[in-house]
Design a protein around this ligand. Structure first.
Ligand SMILES: *Cc1c(COP(=O)(O)O)cnc(C)c1O
Length: 467
């Protein structure tokens, strides 16, 4: 698909138009774009990203959003409803993660609603840094994450001046090497990280062992449940083998869980939960001597839309535990069927013991041959490297009738294609797989150009296009 397929069809704006266009015309353009782009995932062949995929649910959320979209949640004197929605989102998420079992001395459990998984991770890292500075006098903080943990931790450490130590994983289970972590904790370590589950392999780190280690050494343990937080608890209830990763585990001090993934809310929201709200409270920002008045914000953002709080709240109370459990059941059953298809091919190897998201590789051919073929059949799997692998995050669009069956059929043909072309190099490998030689100056330049392209494409179109 082209990066900018709309150039020939719609006006290109290089300036704010002097006269506005009629609402109907603007809406017609938006509808045409949305319809085409929705068609890409409505087939159920797209890994992750569209977690709900149910247009009726989206309409309901959009209606809830619309009522409060224009409200600034920072100005609570005008919107007590935001206090209602945010507090209940936090309370429901804390309950899901068994905060009721927390008996430690402290201020008690609490949370934050953030803008997404990255937002939750940024706030967690900032909280650990600030808390350790205040209570332990740490001025050169470090954090230890499994190599498989999300890049948002690297981003947070980069932004907040925290040293990041990347722990290796066990190549078979893909769980973090706990003894490596133990050896690398020092007096400046503010927290350890574990994922439940990680994005790459869908596997869960040994959270109980990490919790015991963190508790024993007096450091925090953040569990990244951005992806799994709103589905794994229901998988556990349904009897799937999911080890506890939440506040029932001693030593777990915070958890991130994205409402905008398996919470089935709109994009732009996530939750961050704390065993002891003193940790959360350590990162508040306020300026009391500003000429503009007294300023305080509970998190990194300034103004926030009340609509996102309303829509997340609406998703949670409308679905309820039974709704989440029903969706989880369909997703886990579909994932089991797809995993069975992978396991039926001796050429393919499943990585670790995955859950609703599974990753597979091959020791016989480059797995990107499978990707090349699956793409032609309309599948969009996620590419991985070191080793090259493909992953599928099963979401509700895959639970439609026939999708798991066509996955099995297409995968069998893809394996045949890969066997046939094993001596050639796959087309998609260069984009997704380990670039030969790893990151070098050339790759660095290329990535910068891709990012700039997203922002500047519009301006670089040749003159003569409509508009
Ligand atoms: C998606 C994800 C994140 C980051 O979330 P964003 O919402 O993309 O910012 C963090 N951790 C895991 C495991 C994820 O899958």
């Amino acid at each position: 698909m082209s990066e900018y397929p709309y150039a020939d069809r719609f006006p290109i704006n290089r300036t704010l138009p002097e006269e506005g266009r009629p609402r109907e015309e603007v809406m017609a353009q938006l509808q045409a774009m949305a319809k085409e782009e929705d068609a890409l995932w409505e087939t159920g062949k797209c890994s992750g990203t569209m977690y709900c995929g149910d247009h009726e649910h989206y309409e309901f959320l959009n209606e809830a959003f619309g009522l409060f979209a224009h409200v600034n949640a920072l100005q609570r004197d005008m919107c007590p409803s935001s206090t209602n929605f945010e507090g209940e989102i936090i309370a429901m998420a804390l309950d899901l993660f068994h905060a009721d079992t927390v008996a430690d001395a402290g201020a008690g459990p609490g949370g934050l609603v953030t803008t997404g998984g990255t937002g939750s991770i940024l706030h967690a890292v900032l909280s650990y840094r600030e808390h350790a500075a205040k209570h332990r006098g740490v001025t050169m903080p470090n954090l230890i994450k499994p190599e498989t943990a999300h890049p948002a931790f690297d981003k947070a450490c980069h932004l907040f001046g925290v040293e990041l130590r990347r722990a290796p994983i066990d190549p078979v289970t893909t769980g973090v090497d706990v003894s490596w972590v133990a050896d690398h904790i020092d007096e400046n370590t503010v927290a350890l990280i574990g994922s439940a589950c990680n994005y790459g392999y869908g596997t869960i780190d040994p959270i109980a062992e990490l919790g015991a280690l963190a508790g024993g050494r007096g450091v925090g343990l953040h569990v990244d449940g951005c992806l799994g937080g709103f589905i794994l608890p229901f998988g556990e209830e349904l009897g799937y083998d999911i080890p506890p990763f939440d506040f029932r585990v001693p030593g777990v001090t915070s958890i991130s869980a994205d409402t905008h993934k398996y919470g089935y809310a709109l994009k732009g929201t996530s939750t961050l939960l704390f065993r002891d709200k003193a940790l959360r409270d350590s990162q508040y920002f306020f300026l009391t001597d500003w000429s503009g008045g007294k300023y305080c914000s509970p998190g990194i953002e300034g103004s926030r839309s009340g609509g996102l709080l309303a829509a997340s709240w609406a998703a949670m109370v409308q679905l309820g535990r039974a709704g989440y459990r029903r969706y989880a059941q369909a997703i886990f059953e579909t994932a089991e069927a797809m995993k069975a298809a992978v396991r039926s091919h001796p050429e393919l190897r499943m990585v670790g013991r995955p859950s609703f998201l599974f990753s597979f590789t091959s020791d016989v051919f480059d797995i990107y041959h499978v990707n090349d073929f699956m793409r032609r059949r309309g599948w969009r799997l996620n590419g991985q490297q070191y080793p090259n692998a493909l992953h599928m995050a099963v979401t509700r669009p895959q639970t439609q009738p026939g999708v798991a069956e066509s996955f099995a059929v297409d995968l069998a043909d893809a394996v045949a294609h890969a066997n046939e072309h094993a001596s050639e190099s796959p087309a998609s490998g260069a984009i997704y797989g380990g670039v030969a030689g790893g990151i070098n100056d050339e790759a660095d330049e290329f990535i910068r150009a891709v990012m700039a392209g997203m922002l500047d494409k519009q301006m670089s179109l040749p003159p003569g296009h409509p508009g």
